[in-house]
Design a protein around this ligand. Structure first.
Ligand SMILES: [Zn+2]
Length: 383
């Protein structure tokens, strides 16, 4: 039995208390005298950060900086990646380097989309799964088999996605069934069919804006119910929700809530942010993701999810504490709800995955993003 006594910390910036951990779980009773001690020094305690939308296979983290080389359109970005990804080095090493960065920043749960196509096959899935296994006990990684280069437009991809689940991937992905793949009904029927057949969840990239995107949200909601997958479907980005009128937005949010479809945002720079207050009032689960970190899609990203929380607060025009704190909830509990993490939180019975930050309040932690952090995974100090 191993135990840890985390002294003088303030959960979510509240009153100071001690946290006790036995065999990796928080317990209500004080840890025994044999417990190892972490001196909290009055720091804030937050449950581990959850990156609900990542692309670990694409990152160049740990390799030299390279200038951005892609054109402006989605097709140009995808072509550029296909032309240059071979130069980046092994997925296992790059994904591992980024996971090490995540652990250091307190991001202990990651859902990563991983490219699957007839050229790379399942190599990237294997690389990310290996990088995650190398860090078992410190970070958990969910893998989404992702048809980045097209599903219907790239023959053989659907079969590979099904094989990816057999090889250890957790969810089936999708990509702009209309705007990129060009046949939304067949695209959706294909990925829902694979998910139902493999008893896997779905996480679908949907950048299509306005009424085209809204129409696809409705089709996704229909299939979520028809295939018996409420609670197991996520829509990533979902720009349509913030680019339709208020009335349509309201009816879409009702559909999402009724089918228990979750959303993730990665804080777009060129599209209005998701209507978070309205989504949360309706009970829709929403998580925050870092998206690509320094890859062939963009030079941005630091691996610190608090940076994204700050970007979300700034681009949403938040000034009130309650609004800014909402971004921290998305980066923690929101993502945990999207991933369906069991035993998540700071209460007795939860797994002791947390970070300690020198800040007066959660808002100050977001606005200042202190570098000095203590990160604890399963009751063990890992950074
Ligand atoms: Zn993505």
């Amino acid at each position: 039995m191993t135990s840890l006594w985390i002294k003088d910390v303030r959960p979510w910036g509240g009153p100071a208390t001690d946290l006790h951990v036995v065999d990796g779980l928080f317990v209500a009773a004080p840890a025994g005298p044999e417990a190892a001690v972490v001196a909290g020094g009055g720091r804030i305690a937050l449950p581990a950060l959850v990156d609900a939308h990542a692309h670990l296979d694409k990152t160049s983290w740990g390799t030299p900086y390279r200038p951005h080389s892609a054109g402006a359109t989605l097709a140009a970005l995808i072509d550029n990646e296909r032309a240059n990804r071979g130069d980046l080095g092994p997925v296992r090493e790059r994904a591992g380097a980024l996971l090490d960065r995540h652990i250091e920043r307190g991001v202990l749960h990651v859902r990563s989309h991983v490219d699957v196509d007839p050229t790379i096959g399942l190599d990237s899935v294997a690389g990310v799964l290996a990088a995650a296994a190398d860090r078992a006990g410190q970070v958990t990684v969910e893998v989404v088999a992702f048809p980045q280069s097209g599903l219907l437009t790239r023959a053989g991809t659907a079969e590979l996605m099904a094989e990816a689940i057999d090889a250890g991937a957790h969810l089936i992905g999708g990509l702009d069934p209309a705007g990129f793949d060009g046949d939304p009904i067949r695209h959706l029927d294909t990925i829902f069919g694979i998910a139902a057949d493999k008893n896997a969840g779905l996480d679908i990239h949907l950048h299509d804006r306005g009424t085209l995107g809204a129409w696809q949200i409705e089709r996704i909601a229909e299939r979520t119910k028809a295939f018996g997958l409420p609670g197991r479907v996520t829509i990533a980005h979902c720009y349509a929700l913030s680019t339709v009128d208020d009335v349509r937005q309201g009816s879409l949010i009702e559909l999402l809530a009724a089918a228990d479809i979750a959303l993730t945002t990665t804080v777009p720079g060129t599209t209005p942010q998701l209507p978070l207050a309205r989504l949360m009032a309706a009970g829709v689960r929403v998580g925050l993701g870092h998206d690509g970190v320094r890859d062939l899609w963009s030079p941005y990203g630091t691996g610190d999810l608090l940076d994204k929380a700050l970007m979300l607060a700034v681009t949403s025009g938040y000034r009130q504490d309650a609004d800014i704190e909402r971004t921290a909830r998305l980066a923690t509990e929101g993502g945990a709800a999207v991933l369906g993490l069991p035993d998540y939180g700071l209460e007795p019975g939860c797994r002791a995955n947390l970070l300690l930050l020198p800040a007066e309040s959660v808002v100050e932690a977001i606005t200042q993003r202190p570098v000095d952090r203590t990160v604890i995974a399963g009751g063990v100090v890992v950074s």
